[in-house]
Write a protein that binds this ligand. Structure first.
Ligand code: HEM
Ligand code: HEM
Length: 180
């Protein structure tokens, strides 16, 4: 069987959905100030990201045999960098919302999702812990933005150096063009 040339549609769709949600939530996070409305929106989008990231991980594992091979030679430095960056992005997609969730519980609140339902608290109120978790959440979010920058630069470097087709591999459109 020939190797796949594009990511499965489900993988590409979730990639861009989560990308828009995360970039939006980073921006909202840095604009929070004391706005209750923005905070509620930030928590709701964050909970959605956690759900989508979980579906994404499960879907990726289920579709692992239909993924296109990496454009970087196995064992090369760029291959190791690519896999490390993808791993860190997955870690951030899960860890950042979980830290935000725990911080909210430790501050004495449930997480309300778009006013529809509340996710029950998993830890009890604890002010010093809330402070620590809030700091960790903020630090992870900042580090995630840096790793995301590397991810985008890596993709752009492929366009310049080797292949114009890297975006076609992950866009949710199917192409008959031969991808190099
Ligand atoms: C929070 C935002 C993002 C996350 C978490 C993310 C994560 C990932 C991950 C984990 C992959 C590997 C495929 C998969 O497992 O889904 C991937 C592939 C890709 N991403 Fe992103 N991404 C984000 C945003 C972006 C942006 C903004 C761009 C471009 C401007 C981009 C361009 C690409 C490209 C071109 C690929 C395909 C790489 C290949 O063919 O091997 N991503 N992304
Ligand atoms: C991927 C999803 C998320 C991203 C990218 C994100 C990002 C951010 C950012 C950038 C900040 C500002 C940090 C700073 O002060 O510099 C922030 C603050 C905050 N976020 Fe999130 N967040 C996400 C999910 C969540 C979730 C799911 C919750 C709660 C359920 C949450 C609760 C909070 C809280 C309570 C703060 C204020 C922290 C504090 O000042 O101690 N976040 N977030």
């Amino acid at each position: 069987m020939n190797p796949a040339k594009q990511y499965p549609l489900s993988v590409s769709l979730i990639h861009w959905l989560v990308a828009i949600a995360i970039v939006g939530n980073l921006a909202i996070g840095w604009m929070l100030d004391d706005s209750m409305e923005l905070m509620a929106l930030h928590k709701s989008i964050g909970a959605l990201i956690l759900a989508l990231a979980t579906v994404r991980l499960v879907n990726l594992l289920a579709r692992r045999k239909s993924l296109p091979p990496s454009l970087n030679a196995k064992g090369s430095l760029s291959h190791i960098a690519e896999k490390t960056v993808h791993g860190l992005l997955y870690l951030g997609m899960i860890a950042i919302p979980v830290l935000g969730w725990l911080k909210t519980n430790a501050a004495g609140h449930d997480v309300n999702v778009f006013g529809l339902f509340a996710i029950p608290a998993v830890i009890e109120k604890n002010r010093p812990l809330a402070h620590l978790l809030g700091n960790l959440h903020a630090t992870f979010a900042l580090a995630f933005a840096g790793v995301l920058g590397l991810h985008v630069l890596g993709a752009l470097a492929h366009c310049r150096n080797k292949s114009k087709s890297i975006f076609l591999r992950i866009l949710p459109i199917r192409t008959r063009r031969s991808l190099s």
